[in-house]
Design a protein around this ligand. Sequence first.
Ligand code: FAD
Length: 345
Amino acid sequence: MEGYSVLIVGGGLAGLSAAMHLKRLGIGDVAVVERMSGDLYGRYHRICGEAVSERCLKLSGADRGCIVRSIDSIKVSCGSTDIRFQVKGHIIDREALLESTRDECGAIMVNASVTGVEPAEGGFLVHSTAGDIGCRYLIGADGAFSVVRKDIIGTSPEVKLAAANHLVERDSETSELGFKISPVHPGMYSWDFPSKDGRRSIGSTYRTEDPPHSVEKGTRFIVCGSDRTVVEGNCCIVGDAAMLANPISYGGIGAALLSGRKAAEAIAKDDLSSYQRWVRRDVMFDRRFMESFNRIKGWDAKDVEQAVAPFRKGFSYPRALYAMMRHPMLASVYTSIWMGFRRGW
Ligand SMILES: Cc1cc2nc3c(=O)[nH]c(=O)nc-3n(C[C@H](O)[C@H](O)[C@H](O)COP(=O)(O)OP(=O)(O)OC[C@H]3O[C@@H](n4cnc5c(N)ncnc54)[C@H](O)[C@@H]3O)c2cc1C
């Protein structure tokens, strides 16, 4: 097949991470097709809390120059109850990370929208607004509504959450991420994260009033699912295209960066099955996150109150143990929430 060795659809964090690692592994002849450019691209990628765990950032080999501030705690609030977890993570400058990764990857950048994909002799034929492009390996990094996922892999999301994020002019000098659980929208919450330049990222997955001093607002979808099929022949999907965001924490940056890396390493070995195995085995993508999300979604306000009650005086491991013994039905939900904030971002 005439064309590129590897074609990546989508120049977000997952696609550019894959391109950068392909370059680091000595694979040239890589192209990235991205539909957006300029301010539109910047605005799309600024719709984000920009929080990522130290673990994922480190494992992904991403440029640490993008770190804006470090995070050491997560506060989950419900009514008057605050539950705090200690964590290690960062707020990053996502646009700066995209730019430095694009600079390092050296891939050919094609500004076009991919409209369809089909298998062809020796690889794939990608239909785009810039014409048809051939390739041997195809990576779908085209986000929540992936064309590659639809045309080649055939899976679809179980959850589509429209998430609005505001950049708000307010004190950003804190190392804590705030989450507010809504008893009337179980499974959904709002967040309040420090950002950069004296701003905070405030958002939610349900309709709320716009916060005061908002200087930029955007809405994007978070999609999740438990079908972990991410490879078909020489094609794979990564990041949001693979529905790898965590349904408990909503974190998807770490998964995007890491899956891009793992897919590139598998292509370098000429064997995408190692990428498929990683997705099926890594605890970040455990199906129990989705199961717990589905259970919480079915709760009413009273169930939420009951689940939070044991932690009115704060979180501790003995309290968590006591809560699980008192409410064995909640044990898997508690574990998933704890794991979601430990490993799922
Ligand atoms: C409001 C909000 C806040 C969030 N906050 C956080 C957070 O704090 N921490 C965290 O870990 N995660 C967060 N997430 C999730 C995180 O943003 C995503 O999981 C992550 O961006 C996924 O990266 P990606 O590269 O897979 O997809 P995307 O960032 O969506 O990138 C996909 C790229 O593909 C391009 N594309 C799409 N279709 C086509 C096509 N047909 N042709 C060509 N190009 C195409 C798009 O233009 C885009 O540039 C948040 C999500 C939302 C919506």
